[in-house]
Design a binder for this molecule. Sequence first.
Ligand SMILES: [Ca+2]
Length: 161
Amino acid sequence: MKSLTRSIFLLMFLVFAFSCSDDDNPSTTENGPEAISGSVSWEVNNTDINHTIAVQLKINPTFDGESLSNGDKIGVFCKVDNDYVCAGFSVWTGSENIAVTAWGDDSQTTEKDGFSANETFVWRIQRAADQKNYAASVEYESGPENFIANGITVLKTLKVE
Ligand SMILES: [Ca+2]
C-alpha cells in the first residue's frame, strides 16, 4: 500500500513537471524577434548623394539565429519627423555579397528625403516569407558608422534577435 501511495505521488510529480515544461515552451517562442507594428514603407528617394554599405556573404546575417533567406530585404532608415523612412535597401540572395546604397537628403528640396550628414543608420529587415518588418542591429568592420556623402562602409555583423 505504501509503494502504491509513493507511485501516485511520483506520477503526480511527473504530470506537474511536464505541465510546467509545456508552459515554458510558448514563452520561449514569445521571446523571439518582435515584428514592428504598423506598415513600413520601403519606397526610396534616389537623390544624388549616397553612402555605400557592403554586406558580405561571409558575415552571415541572421534572424533569430538562422541565416537570412533569399528575398529578405535589408534596409537603412533615416528619421523624418517622428518616423523612420527607408533611405536605401538591397535584397539578400544568400549566395552573393550585396551593397546597400543609403541616400542622402537632397539640399535642393525642402522636405527631408534622405540622411542628413552624420545621421545614424537605423537598420531594418523585411522577411520575404511574411513581409513582416524587424529592427536589426549591426556592427561595423570599417568605414564611417554614420551617413557621409560618398562614404564606403563594410558591415561586420547584422542580426535580428
Ligand atoms: Ca531635401
